[in-house]
Write a protein that binds this ligand. Structure first.
Ligand SMILES: C[S@@+](CC[C@H](N)C(=O)[O-])C[C@H]1O[C@@H](n2cnc3c(N)ncnc32)[C@H](O)[C@@H]1O
Length: 224
């Protein structure tokens, strides 16, 4: 097969996924319709890097932890699109937002060459403006340095969207002991980023929880 044919074969399903085709049977309940409406609203305001099906999976998990105590967190905020969505589904909970707000740090040798230093750069000011009024706390800086001084917080829901090996590994190490029983952590870029896969494989060796991949490029686990 020629490279151009191979690219086309990959591009067509991706285009359909971006258009939300994987959600063609997602309208069956009022709760699902609410999620899709929120997704459409946020996509009209901001570039959303998540596929529509991935965004709906996140909203479903935020809803699922309603009886688990704890705050919520996102590592990898970029423009604030996914943060807005998470916060809107559970406005009563504090959402902690961790990002350099200067784009990706340097990738390491474990990472795919598609990631670059400073990629996805959005300033703290513009994201704060977009999330004005939401129940969020910003933690600007390189994670996990940006966690220094945070103590006594437990989480019910965590979204990792940091793309890189070192960042994902640090995210798993920091959030895992702070996730309450029944709490959920979901990560983007599983099976599409070698660094994220390696971080999960290494971290979960010897851990009791199974982690599993979802439609799109996410994986998740429930804390036991
Ligand atoms: C793909 S973007 C996040 C996209 C966002 N969740 C969305 O759906 O709109 C990845 C983000 O991770 C941040 N990031 C990656 N590693 C980081 C680290 N170690 N510390 C702080 N931020 C990091 C980058 O600055 C970038 O904004």
């Amino acid at each position: 097969m020629k490279i151009s044919e191979w690219r086309l074969l990959r591009a067509v399903p991706l285009l359909f996924a971006r258009m939300g085709m994987m959600l063609s049977k997602y309208w069956d309940s009022p709760r699902r319709r609410e999620r899709v409406k929120l997704l459409l609203k946020i996509r009209s305001q901001r570039d959303m890097l998540l596929l529509p099906c991935e965004a709906c999976q996140i909203m479903s998990l935020v809803d699922a932890v309603k009886n688990v105590p704890g705050d919520m967190a996102e590592l990898g905020v970029a423009s604030g699109a996914s943060a807005k969505m998470i916060s809107a589904r559970a406005p009563e909970r504090t959402l902690h937002l961790f990002d350099t707000f200067e784009g990706l740090p340097d990738p390491s040798e474990q990472d795919s060459s598609r990631f670059n230093n400073k990629q996805y750069r959005y300033t703290l000011d513009e994201v704060q403006e977009y999330l004005k009024g939401a129940n969020v706390i910003f933690h600007k800086g390189l994670f996990p340095n940006s966690t220094k001084g945070i103590s006594g917080i437990q989480f019910a829901f965590v979204h990792l969207d940091a793309d890189l090996y070192e960042s994902t590994k640090a995210g798993l190490e920091w959030f895992y002991p702070r996730l309450n029983k029944g709490g959920i952590l979901i990560s983007h870029d599983y099976d599409t980023s070698a660094g994220v896969n390696q971080a999960f494989e290494e971290f979960f060796t010897g851990k009791p929880e199974p982690y599993f991949d979802l439609v799109g490029s996410q994986c998740m686990f429930v804390k036991m």
